[in-house]
Ligand binder design. Structure first.
Ligand code: AMP
Ligand code: MG
Length: 318
């Protein structure tokens, strides 16, 4: 534990805003450099928006056994684990579905409005189509399948960046926030890391918003209100229902989850949006503290998520 004099650095990476906070302000530059290095490596390994990424090259080599870097292997493993834990609600084979819905470039470059597009409902290929060997670090992506690591990859980047920053600092504590995917490592401020649960990660800190505090693990938010666009008369967003391959028609517009790692929090938050009405039972069964905002605006708090004000949501291991 440490007194609350923190160092804060804001930036932009992986198509979202980033924030690094350290408990020992003198270590801020060291922590930020370590974070930047991890984010650049993840971008080069797992971005679907750059042709030179390892993921783009993998997607362009169907039906072949492809050797992958330890980092991409880690990201694929996390994505497949998410699929298994959620019964396929979170599934990295959403790639072509996300692209066909119009999210085909870094989000800043996706026009918010445009002409109508033809949407065809079709179940996504499914994660079981991917042949992955963690031991050999090889992957076979069948023809017609596009891997998208947008959900778990960014959360993994947060976890790895926090761990790398802690190691580089050689002590102290750090919080890394990548557009709402938050991981902490090392020591924490006196009352824990205060995290504001907002629907939009860009919301300025305010007393009107609910704050929770964590001392380890991660918090992730997934939702349909921020990454959305309009084609013709249809409002589209970035979370795909694997059953239809289309943006999911869900009762939750925003879900925030605390867990033992940011990856686990993100698996659960994305899954909850996809699961809709089934999400509360699934989250309770896993003992995950969660805050769900219904499309009617009502807020539902589960498994120890505090009712109001500043208090603690203890992370659970998924
Ligand atoms: P998140 O904001 O963490 O919930 O992740 C959403 C991102 O993950 C989207 O921008 C897509 O790139 C990808 N995605 C969309 N739907 C799914 C899904 N059902 N399973 C896994 N990844 C998805
Ligand atoms: Mg996320």
């Amino acid at each position: 534990m440490t007194a609350n004099v923190l160092g804060v650095a804001d930036g932009r990476a992986l198509g979202c805003s980033t924030r690094v906070i350290v408990t020992r302000p003198r270590s801020l530059a060291t922590a930020s450099a370590a974070v930047d290095e991890v984010l650049a490596a993840i971008d080069l390994a797992a971005s679907r928006f750059r042709d030179d990424s390892e993921l783009s090259r993998l997607n362009a080599s169907p039906d072949r056994v492809v050797g992958v870097s330890p980092l991409l292997a880690h990201a694929i493993e996390a994505a497949l684990r998410g699929a298994e834990l959620t019964g396929g609600a979170v599934d990295p084979t959403v790639g072509s579905a996300v692209r066909l819905a119009g999210y085909d470039a870094d989000f800043d470059a996706v026009p918010r409005e445009g002409a109508a597009i033809r949407l065809v409902a079709r179940r996504i290929p499914g994660w079981k189509a991917i042949q992955f060997s963690a031991a050999q670090r090889t992957v076979v992506v069948p023809g017609g399948v596009e891997l998208d690591l947008g959900a778990t990859g960014k959360a993994l980047a947060s976890d790895l960046a926090a761990a790398a920053a802690l190691q580089a600092m050689g002590g102290g504590g750090v919080l890394v926030n990548l557009g709402g995917d938050i991981a902490v490592a090392g020591e924490h401020p006196l009352d824990g890391w205060a995290i504001q649960a907002s629907e939009d990660g860009a919301t300025p800190l305010s007393d009107a918003e609910q704050t929770v505090s964590i001392t380890s693990g991660g918090v992730a938010t997934s939702g349909t209100t921020v990454r959305r666009w309009v084609r013709g008369a249809t409002v589209l967003h970035h979370i795909i229902d694997p059953a239809t391959g289309l943006p999911v028609d869900t009762c939750w517009r925003t879900v925030t989850v605390a867990a033992g790692t940011c990856v686990d929090a993100n698996i659960a938050s994305t899954a909850a949006v996809v699961m809709g009405e089934r999400a509360p039972a699934w989250l309770r069964a896993h003992g995950l503290a969660a805050r769900l905002v219904h499309v009617d605006g009502s807020v539902h708090r589960l498994a120890g998520w505090p009712e109001t004000g500043k208090s603690k949501a203890d992370p659970t291991i998924l």
